[in-house]
Ligand binder design. Structure first.
Ligand SMILES: Cc1cc2nc3c(=O)[nH]c(=O)nc-3n(C[C@H](O)[C@H](O)[C@H](O)COP(=O)(O)O)c2cc1C
Length: 332
């Protein structure tokens, strides 16, 4: 079980849909590795449908991104059971072409995503208002895993207001880990994360579920910042999401990103694009999906904005790689 091997507090790269794919996870690892990775969220109902093959890209990983937790969402307990079973017995890892000794380290259930389509469909954050289904989904996952891998939940402080009865309910479900994003569903990302509330949930954990790990999440910039929060609120771990988009070395004890030259930044982008090119077929992830990463690397030097705009117009990977290479040649 991953948790036994991790020092406290440990650091997690947050799941971010269409961002933290196998490629970006490897780039982050090459800069400064977190202690634990998550996949993007993947729909368990879709995984048990004819759409499975298309969704496998969300699960793709290599032995370098470990330990790695799969995050699932959906609404059908049977599909959670089957998905959990197939994660634990290595079926998915096998379908992804991984060697027999490489597998996921755990299963996380998304009960916090506030997106309209998911909530309208009764999934993710909507489960806060449907606790009997939330309990069924957790139980089905636990039964599918049969003790072979840990189960965790990632959620928010409440639906329309902070509601401690929700984490209290989750902590009574015998889960291994609970990640709290310190905002309610309706707050989306519009207000600062409430770390006092995360601290209260940790106190609740101490009283009712001492063996469940508590992870805090929301607005953490980097490891130093996370260490302060973990100490102040006595947390087992810290999850960092958008912070990594401002500093790929966010998990380093001391980040060197501020000292990176234009050349070093462009070389890191080149590495990202090359890995992307080796990993994805065009129909799986088109070239424009790289645009959201461009701002990480093509930033903080003279005329970065103009260069970024130019690179974001590239229609093929080859043209993008060519444009990065030409820019690097100018710096020789
Ligand atoms: C682009 C994007 C995609 C996200 N996708 C997921 C997801 O798939 N699963 C999930 O639990 N949270 C998802 N989140 C939420 C993050 O994991 C995290 O909880 C949130 O960004 C707050 O942490 P931060 O302030 O460190 O970014 C996503 C956030 C962003 C910005």
């Amino acid at each position: 079980m991953y948790e036994a091997a991790l020092k406290r507090p440990f650091f997690i790269l947050a799941p971010m849909d269409d961002v933290t794919d196998t490629v970006f996870r490897r780039v982050v690892r090459s800069c400064a590795a977190p202690d634990l990775f998550f996949t993007e969220f993947v729909n368990a109902d879709g995984l048990q449908s004819p759409g499975r093959i298309k969704l496998l890209k969300k699960l793709r990983f290599t032995a370098k991104e470990q330990p790695l937790i799969v995050q699932i969402w959906g609404k059908n307990p049977d599909n959670f059971f089957k998905t959990a079973q197939q994660i634990a017995d290595g079926t998915f890892a096998h379908e992804l072409g991984l060697p027999g000794d490489v597998n996921f380290a755990g299963v996380d259930l998304n009960m916090g995503c506030p997106q309209k389509s998911e909530v309208r469909n009764g999934t993710c954050a909507a489960l806060m208002n449907n606790r009997s289904l939330a309990a069924q989904l957790i139980q089905a996952t636990q039964e599918g895993l049969a003790g072979r891998l840990p189960v965790s939940v990632k959620t928010r402080l409440g639906f329309d207001k902070k509601d401690l009865s929700w984490p209290e309910f989750l902590l009574s479900q015998n889960i291994n880990m609970l990640t709290i994003h310190g905002r309610t569903k309706i707050q989306m990302s519009k207000v600062p994360a409430d770390w006092e509330a995360i601290g209260h949930i940790r106190e609740l954990r101490d009283r009712i579920a001492p063996s469940t790990l508590i992870i805090g999440n929301g607005d953490v910039k980097n490891k130093q910042h996370g260490l302060q929060l973990a100490k102040a609120y006595k947390l087992d771990g810290i999850m960092v999401g958008r912070g990594i988009l401002h500093d790929p070395f966010a998990f380093a004890s001391k980040s060197s990103w501020g000292l990176y030259t234009k050349k070093q930044k462009l070389e890191l982008y080149q590495k990202h694009v090359k890995l992307f090119n080796e990993t994805w077929k065009r129909e799986e992830r088109p070239v424009y999906t790289l645009n959201k990463f461009c701002k990480i690397y093509v930033n903080g030097f003279d005329e970065a904005k103009e260069l970024r705009e130019q690179m974001m117009k590239m229609k093929t990977i080859e043209a993008l790689l060519d444009s990065i290479e030409k820019e690097l040649q100018k710096l020789v």
